[in-house]
Design a binder for this molecule. Structure first.
Ligand SMILES: CCCCCCCCCC(=O)SCCNC(=O)CCNC(=O)[C@H](O)C(C)(C)COP(=O)(O)OP(=O)(O)OC[C@H]1O[C@@H](n2cnc3c(N)ncnc32)[C@H](O)[C@@H]1OP(=O)(O)O
Length: 153
């Protein structure tokens, strides 16, 4: 099954968090399944936060950041009854704002589940609700305003 990011055009594939073409990045892979998107990621031990054995908050925000914009793109394709990679003009979003709430420490060494749901989609603006869970417990929640990217002439 192809990830949302696998459909990014080459010029948009260099994101540190999710760009398939960035050799140093995290290569986050997001998928849409019904009303929800999901991604799984296990941060390496070097991404330790202040609490021993727990994940650095910036890493967690990065995961929400990349999963949120991918989710916005997937939901926008669906709203237009389009399929990613259909040969039409690509729909891509960037992060306008991202609010992150760290609700409990996130353990290192555990696969994390990042999920997204569409709150609203109007014009170029998508609001995405995000959660990040470890072992079935929600550790981080977020709300993203994603804005559809328009190339400047
Ligand atoms: C290119 C694709 C790449 C895909 C790779 C994955 C990306 C991974 C995630 C990222 O890290 S993205 C990088 C971090 N984000 C940025 O660098 C974005 C920098 N900001 C911008 O480029 C512009 O400010 C932005 C495109 C977000 C908006 O500028 P525009 O001039 O194109 O839009 P405009 O100001 O007309 O706003 C359009 C709508 O979005 C709303 N909006 C814009 N910025 C907002 C904001 N910060 N918060 C809330 N809403 C915002 C704005 O109110 C408006 O809503 P309404 O249509 O309802 O009036």
């Amino acid at each position: 099954m192809q990830a949302i990011q696998d459909h990014y055009p080459a010029e948009f594939s260099h994101c540190y968090g999710c760009g398939p073409a960035n050799p140093h990045g995290f290569h986050l892979k997001s998928y849409i399944d019904g009303e929800r998107t999901h991604a799984r990621f296990t941060p390496a031990s070097m991404y330790s936060g202040g609490y021993p054995g727990n994940v650095y908050g910036g890493m967690l925000a990065s995961l929400l950041d990349c999963h949120g914009t991918a989710s916005a793109a997937a939901f926008a394709y669906r709203a237009q009854s389009r399929v990613m990679g259909d040969g039409g003009p690509p729909i891509r979003f960037v992060t306008g704002s991202l609010k992150v709430d760290y609700r409990r420490p996130t353990p290192l060494g555990v696969e994390l589940l990042i999920e997204g749901t569409l709150c609203s989609l109007e014009g170029r603006k998508a609001v995405i609700d995000l959660t990040l869970s470890a072992g079935g417990e929600v550790c981080v929640t977020g709300v993203m305003v994603a804005v559809q990217f328009v190339a400047k002439a």
